[in-house]
Structure formats: C-alpha cells, structure tokens
Ligand binder design. Structure first.
Ligand code: SAH
Length: 473
C-alpha cells in the first residue's frame, strides 16, 4: 500500500490554505465542513472565498505566502497555480512536520485527498493513489447511486442505542446478529423512506419483544417502459435490496437483471384476456411475504400509479397495516414520446395532453369523446391496439378530422422499438400494415407528425419503420 488511509479529526485544528482561486475555495470548504480553523493566504480572493472571510468563517491574510505561516499549522494545502509557490509550501511544511497536500500533485504532497461519499457519520474515501483519479471518481459515482441518502441517519440511530443493545445482548455474536437484522430490515427501510419516528419505534420494539419479527415493507416500484437507464435511483436501490420481487409482464429483462442476485423473482404477469394470477392473489402474496418480515418489491411497468392498479394494492396494504413506499417510474406515454421524438405538448400544436385507457369495451363506452376530440391537445391511448376501429370512428364522429396525425409507438424505449406514423383516417390500415402489437401506445394529435422529423432512437440501428411508407409521403 503506497498510502496509509486514516480519517483525521480536524475539529479546531489550525489549517492553512495557500491560494485564493476556485481550487482554494473547494479545499477551504472541505476543511470547514470538518470544522477546521482555516487561514487562507493569498493577495486576492475569488468572490465566494472573500465572502467566507467577511463572515469570519476563515482568516484571510492578504499577502503572498511566507515560510513563517506554516509554523504551528496542523495541515497545509498548496492550492495556487504556480509551481514554485507550491514547491516552497511543500518544502517548508514537510520540514516543520506538517501534513501537506499540493492539489493534484502527489510529488509535492505527503498526503493525498480521496474522493468522498459523505453519508456522515458514514464516510467512504476512495483513492487510486494518484494513479487514476477518474477511476476513483467513477467508483464514487457508483456508490453515490447505490447508497441510500439517509444512511447516516440510520448510523446515528444505531449510535444512540449502542449502549442499551450492549446491555441487553451481552453475547457478542447475538449482538452482531441483532444489528445485522436491524440495519438491513424494516428499521432501515423506515429510515430510508424518511420516517425516523417509525424507525425508532421499530428498533424499540425489536429490543422489547425480540422474538416477534417486525413486518417487512412493500415498495410499489415503477420500472419504466423498458430501457434500464430510465429506472430511478430509488427504484434501483429497491431492486438491489428486496428479498422478493413480484414483477409484471411489462417489466423488461434488462431492468430485472439489476435485481440482487439472491432475490426471489416472481412473475405475476397478466396477459390481456387471460389472467393467470389474479389481483387478489397478488395482494395476498404481498401481504404474506411482508408479514414474514421480508422486503417486498412490487415492480410494475411504467409508473405504478398510471393504469397500474397501484392504488388498489396500497389500499389493501394499508388495511393489513403493512408499511409501503411508492417509487414513480417513467410512464409508457412519456417514454414513448421521448424515444420517438414526439413532444407531447408544443406551443404550435398542443397545450395539453391526456393519457387515456382503451382497455376494454366498458372503458371505451365511458370515455368523454367530445372532450377527447377537441383540437390543440394530444391524446395518448394505452392498451388500445385491439380497439382501433371504435377509436377511429368515435374520434372522427365527434369532430377530429381524418387528416389528424397519429403515431404508434410499439415497444417504446426498447431495442426493438418501432414507430409508425399515419393519420386518423389510416389508423386501422397503418396498424394492420405494420402489424403493430402490444405493448404499444397510440399518439393522436398534430404533434404526432413531428416524430418523422425529430426521431433519434433506433433510426440508425434500423429499428424504425420506413417513414415514407408509413406516412405515405
Ligand atoms: N403502468 C404502465 C401502464 C400499464 S397499462 C405505465 O405507466 O406505462 C399497459 C399498457 O401500457 C400497454 O398496453 C401499452 O399500451 C402501454 N405500455 C407499457 N409499456 C410500453 C412500452 N414499452 N411501449 C409501448 N407501450 C407500452
């Protein structure tokens, strides 16, 4: 090991920053966040540093560096853009036995600063020993996405209970087991969703009645339309930590592959018209697993609250007194619009957008066709492929012209995405001609024609339908 990693207590320690530019500012702020007493020496300061000096948060010495300034300093940072100044700072400081770092110059440093993931009091420091800082930063970015924001609060809670837990579990392995369960189970889940009182209550409960395991939590998580890059960070964290994942037919394989290796993956897909697992059975499974103390992820295509029956599942969980959390996802209409280059609103063409379900006969009957056939709006139909004739007939009967542009986006955001554009008049024939299949959304409105012009995804890969043929242009 070229460098020995340590965490240093800088509270009230005298530190010196040489330089007054943006690098000096960055370093000064880092030292201040560790409660150091900072002196900055530089003839001039950049505005934010000078503001810190005016507020009395740092001492500013408005003159060039001189050797005497190092005396009595615990740590020194050379942050000027002049090599000779940094060299002289380094030489003087090492002579005095100070810790000294010249920014981005390991040769003139006796310590280097790592890339940091700060979830205080949990702090992770990453270093490549100066060999590849970019690599260290990439590792940091990865950890930043994977570690929950409130990890530090969980650590603080554990700190508060340390002594008590020690008294209750005098045996060290029992104590370790207790903490392992607590810091990965429902207590952690409650803290991560921002409910610190509940986290405390659950911790108390597991101390007072340790034999009864607390209920697990259910996450109703939106998986987005397919492209794994569209999953939210929170959704990703759920996939990485859930014990059981119940997923729908519309969840893509690439999203599922992000699940923790040892999670149980349970398919509860429902195909239109042939319901293998009923909604009641899904709800029952969610509740049973949660009651066994498991962390259960209910993973749904798109967004769980958009035509996803998410509301019903939450009502049942609430009745069963199971804690839950909802993680939004990118809904099919939004994903399809972005990946086909069809803006849902546009100053010239549409000032509002409606997401409509064309699921079954009954739902078509209750649609307000007059409202749907208004101009200057965009309609996006979900689950509509089987009902095109009715859609076409009703929209035209209620006032939309047969020349209104339309676009089908099939398998939106996935590698196999296809887009077919046409007009309301050719709606049915366009779908037939290109054999549009589920899952697809149908966009109706002036904006649909922009797909021809603004397409970017899949075009080069040859996945898009031949535009000329599709539009008849
Ligand atoms: N909750 C989901 C919608 C579920 S309803 C969401 O927010 O997206 C199922 C319908 O969504 C499908 O019939 C189809 O119309 C649409 N859909 C879902 N994923 C899609 C995709 N990748 N491409 C096109 N349409 C999709």
């Amino acid at each position: 090991m070229d460098y020995y990693p340590i965490f240093v207590d800088l509270r009230a320690k005298p530190c010196l920053v040489v330089g007054g530019g943006s690098v000096a500012l960055r370093k000064t702020k880092a030292l201040l966040s560790a409660h150091a007493t900072v002196t900055v020496v530089a003839p001039d300061l950049e505005p934010e540093l000078s503001h810190l000096a005016e507020q009395g948060l740092v001492t500013h010495l408005a003159h060039p560096f001189s050797d005497d300034l190092v005396l009595g300093k615990f740590l020194v940072i050379a942050a000027t853009d002049r090599l000779e100044v940094n060299t002289s700072v380094y030489q003087t400081a090492t002579k005095q036995g100070c810790l000294v770092n010249s920014v981005d110059d390991p040769k003139r440093s006796n310590f280097i600063t790592p890339a940091i993931v700060d979830r205080s009091p949990i702090v992770i420091a990453i270093s490549s020993g100066g060999s590849a800082p970019v690599l260290a930063r990439r590792i940091r970015a990865k950890l930043e996405t994977e570690l929950p924001k409130r990890l530090g609060q969980l650590a603080n809670l554990a700190q508060k209970y340390r002594q008590r837990v020690k008294k209750i579990f005098s045996n060290i392995s029992a104590r370790r087991k207790f903490w392992e369960m607590t810091l990965t189970g429902p207590v952690a889940d409650a803290m991560f969703r921002g409910d610190s009182p509940e986290a405390t209550r659950l911790l108390e409960q597991s101390l007072t009645s340790p034999q009864k395991p607390a209920n697990g939590t259910v996450g109703l998580v939106g998986a987005g339309p397919g492209d794994k890059g569209l999953l939210t960070l929170r959704g990703f964290q759920w996939l990485q930590t859930a014990d059981v994942i119940l997923y729908d037919r519309l969840v893509s394989n690439e999203v599922l592959e992000l699940a923790r290796r040892d999670a149980d993956l349970v398919f509860v897909g429902k195909k239109p018209g042939c319901h293998q697992v009923t909604q009641e059975q899904i709800i029952e499974k969610l509740i049973n697993w949660a009651r066994q103390g498991k962390k259960v992820c209910r993973l749904k295509g798109g967004d769980p609250f958009v035509f996803g029956r998410g509301g019903e599942e939450l009502e049942a969980l609430q009745q069963a007194q199971i804690q839950y959390e909802v993680v939004p996802g990118i809904t099919a209409a939004v994903g399809a619009a972005a990946y086909s280059g069809i803006p849902l609103t546009h100053r010239d063409h549409a000032s509002s957008v409606r997401f409509v379900t064309a699921h079954c006969k009954k739902s078509l009957d209750c649609l307000d066709w007059n409202a749907l056939a208004k101009e200057k709006q965009t309609l996006v139909f979900y689950m509509g492929v089987a009902k095109l004739e009715t859609l076409q007939k009703e929209l035209i009967r209620h006032g939309l012209t047969a020349t209104t542009p339309i676009a089908f986006v099939e398998n939106a955001t996935r590698q196999e995405q296809r887009v077919a554009t046409g007009t309301l008049g050719t709606l049915f024939s366009t779908a037939e001609r290109y054999k549009i299949v589920s899952p697809s959304v149908l966009v109706v409105g002036e904006v649909a024609k922009l797909g021809n012009q603004l397409a970017w995804f899949g075009v080069k890969a040859g996945n898009t339908i031949d535009w000329q043929a599709a539009t008849g242009t």
